[in-house]
Design a protein around this ligand. Structure first.
Ligand SMILES: NC(=O)c1ccc[n+]([C@@H]2O[C@H](COP(=O)([O-])OP(=O)(O)OC[C@H]3O[C@@H](n4cnc5c(N)ncnc54)[C@H](OP(=O)(O)O)[C@@H]3O)[C@@H](O)[C@H]2O)c1
Length: 294
């Protein structure tokens, strides 16, 4: 039996999403075109209905929109029911030849959203995140800029990313209770310290909590999660599944509001990860895994 769909505000999505970033950047070269299409299609075929992208996911600073183009194209060429699929993208981080920065001004965010919609080939997007706080402006001002896009019908739901409890509360105040649909923060067995409180806080306010790099990231954390955590490896062996599936099943068990978005650059890895939606951990196993973040 598969884990039931979860809510991101008004949106119904599968309990796991696909993190599309590794198709464009991460380890080495971007995925070849056909493999990129096949990876997104494998996610959709496996019942994943949330695709996570961002304007900055690109092999180089001057190819921003690369990942959004892949996601839009893969969705258009998928043979299944596209009406069930929700797209999330993000804006507010800049890239240039000199490096990266942040811009949360209304003018920048509007231009970024317009470019994202063009890259995706869409008139509106289901979920738009403010990617990272811009400490040079009031947090409320950035949230207000995104709220305006929702009022204009350019985005369906508002999210914030890399936000602490205080920033979540500012966003809740600006948007009104129920107005903030999702918080996307780094959270995994290897990195939980700064987001444990935010995960709990989101649960208390019916906000979806979306762990990014839920397996530990493309830098080797995801591949080594079983070696690093013997309890995860043991539970995986007992179920005859990969340690990555155990991690994802455990994260989903932390609350109905938790929707991990494992990244993939190959069809096989997202097909395997999707199996976590059918993996039932016992109470004892969950307690053992909970001790990782205790
Ligand atoms: N909001 C933010 O600031 C932010 C920052 C970073 C990332 N993100 C989002 O979060 C998503 C996920 O994070 P991430 O991609 O950095 O890290 P991750 O999901 O922790 O790890 C991705 C890596 O795990 C591997 N993998 C996935 N499933 C696997 C499985 N079942 N078995 C073995 N290996 C598996 C993939 O391998 P292959 O590549 O070989 O398929 C990929 O290299 C990103 O794609 C992006 O959408 C958001």
């Amino acid at each position: 039996m598969s884990t039931s769909p979860r809510r991101i505000g008004s949106l119904s999505v599968s309990a796991l999403g696909l993190g599309a970033m590794p198709l464009s950047m991460g380890r080495g070269e971007p995925a070849p075109h056909d493999r990129a299409m096949a990876t997104v299609h494998a996610a959709l075929d496996a019942g994943i209905t949330l695709l996570d992208t961002a304007d900055i996911y690109a092999p180089s600073w001057d190819t921003m929109g690369h990942n959004e183009e892949i996601v839009g194209k893969a969705l258009r060429s998928w043979q299944g029911d596209r009406s069930t699929v929700k797209i999330a993208t993000k804006g507010g981080i800049t890239r240039s030849a000199e490096g990266g920065g942040r811009d949360g001004s209304a003018t920048y965010l509007r231009a970024a959203l317009e470019k994202s919609l063009t890259a995706l080939g869409m008139d509106s997007v289901d979920l738009y995140y403010w990617h990272r706080p811009d400490r040079s402006i009031r947090y409320a001002d950035g949230v207000e800029a995104i709220a305006a896009f929702q009022q204009e019908g350019l985005i369906r739901e508002v999210g914030i990313s890399n936000a602490n409890v205080e920033e979540i509360d500012v966003a809740r105040e600006v948007l009104g209770e129920g107005g903030l649909a999702a918080v996307q923060n780094e959270f995994s067995p290897t990195f939980f310290h700064t987001s444990r409180n935010e995960l709990r806080h989101c649960g208390e306010h019916s906000i979806a909590f979306v762990p990014w790099s839920p397996l530990g990231g493309t830098g080797g954390g995801a591949a080594a999660v079983g070696e690093r955590f013997p309890q995860i490896q043991r539970i995986a062996e007992a179920h005859g599944v990969s340690p990555q599936q155990v991690v994802l099943a455990w994260e989903m068990s932390l609350g109905e509001h938790v929707i991990p978005i494992p990244g993939a650059s190959r069809p096989a890895s997202i097909t395997d990860s999707a199996g976590a939606m059918s993996l039932q951990l016992s109470d004892q196993e969950r307690e053992e895994l909970d001790r990782i973040i205790a």
